[in-house]
Design a binder for this molecule. Sequence first.
Ligand code: ZN
Length: 294
Amino acid sequence: MSTPPRPNTMIGLTQPDVSVWSERVAVALGMNPGLFTGPGTNTFLVGTGRRRILIDAGDGRSEYLPVLERTLERAGCEGLQEIVLTHGHPDHIGGAAAVVERFGPLRVSKLPWPGNDERYPIELTPLEDGCVIRTEGATLRGVHTPGHARDHLCFVLEEEASLFSGDNVLGVGTTVIPPADGSLVDYMASLDRLLEEAPRRIYPAHGPRIDDGVAKLREYVDHRNARETQILAALAAGSERVPDIVRTVYTDVPEVLHAAAGHSVTSHLLKLEHEGRARRTTAGEPLRAHWTRR
Ligand SMILES: [Zn+2]
């Protein structure tokens, strides 16, 4: 048996509105604290020149723009070159339109997610795996890392061998894999791909800077594997439904997060089903079905 992961959530975590994480990276907090966003979304000014790249734009609340202005001042630059987005979840893309209105016109680019992106009133330029975005003092390379979201890009900051991990790796806690449009199979492959990049630092979209990127990625892989072992053990011991498995396995997680844990368990079950290691014994959606080991 592996040891259960230590209690590790972003509840109660705080962070300054403006911070500087390296000579090329300043952080403007999205001002959208919450159960799943921690202190809020980290949005990053990247580069050393007069105009910087902005990675992610928060969820669109009005408190963010003054914080972004203070961050530009603190970083000693005049404005934005362009916006790039890690993915199309609302706490990353939702603020883009307001930032363009204030600082634009600006190019806003991301890996396309048809059916999702149209919900936002902005023109988007498509990015793809391996894309390179340059500004003075910084070169970003996009790495397609689906799993948390199908359109997810991480960005390697070549000058530092550091990584903007979006929601794929968080400063505290673990990433939610939504069973509806996420995939734990894809997510595990994405973690492997990020390990190949061997990042020194990781700049996550939520929570504090991670100074040993490789160690954190290994911890993430080990954590998922430990959960999988626990879920298989719970099935073997007779737990058949997601809430039963959550109660058995997530003893280290506050109850307020049990609904999210249910999604996580469901994503594990779908991965095990995909691999022929678990199956549904009743019809219906995965979250409500009865499950057993194969
Ligand atoms: Zn997300």
